[in-house]
Design a protein around this ligand. Structure first.
Ligand SMILES: [Zn+2]
Length: 160
């Protein structure tokens, strides 16, 4: 869950909206106060822009995994060494080790989720909603006017 804030350029109203984790949805937002439409690129239209690379590319997390393992092992070894040979330990180092372990777990969860298709399955409804939006030619023309490159299957000719 994401809480996004954007300021309406027309009336300066601060809009607060809930978005899903990867901000899938229409980038064209409507001001709650004045009804003016505004482009907010933080929202991602999956059928046009694809899913967030962080949800399809397991390689990203494999690299992260190595970094977190390195942190966990080094900080863990240092903590073990100071406890056993010096009789004290650094709270900071212990925390780095803990964060490293947490990072390893989170990376593993994402890698498994991507590889097994769990993440893809959870994202599918957002693609469905996106496709529904793109079936509206007026909406497609708006996105084009904002400079979005519309995939062929959803593209519509300019209005005469
Ligand atoms: Zn407004």
């Amino acid at each position: 869950m994401n809480r996004l804030e954007w300021v309406c350029p027309a009336c300066a109203h601060r809009n607060h909206e809930n978005a899903n984790t990867w901000c899938y949805g229409s980038p064209i937002r409507t001001c709650a106060k004045c009804g003016e439409e505004h482009l907010e690129r933080r929202w991602r239209e999956p059928a046009v822009e694809g899913f967030d690379p962080r949800t399809v590319n397991a390689g990203f997390y494999s690299k992260g995994l190595l970094v977190f393992i390195a942190f966990a092992v080094l900080a863990g070894a240092y903590t073990w060494y100071t406890i056993h040979f010096k009789g004290y330990y650094s709270m900071k180092m212990a925390m780095v080790c803990g964060l490293g372990v947490l990072g390893v777990v989170l990376c593993l969860v994402m890698i498994v989720g991507i590889k097994t298709g769990i993440v893809a399955k959870r994202q599918a409804p957002f693609m469905e909603q996106s496709i529904q939006r793109l079936r509206d030619p007026a909406y497609v023309r708006k996105l084009k006017a904002y400079g979005y490159r519309i995939p062929k299957e959803y593209d519509v000719p300019e209005e005469p």
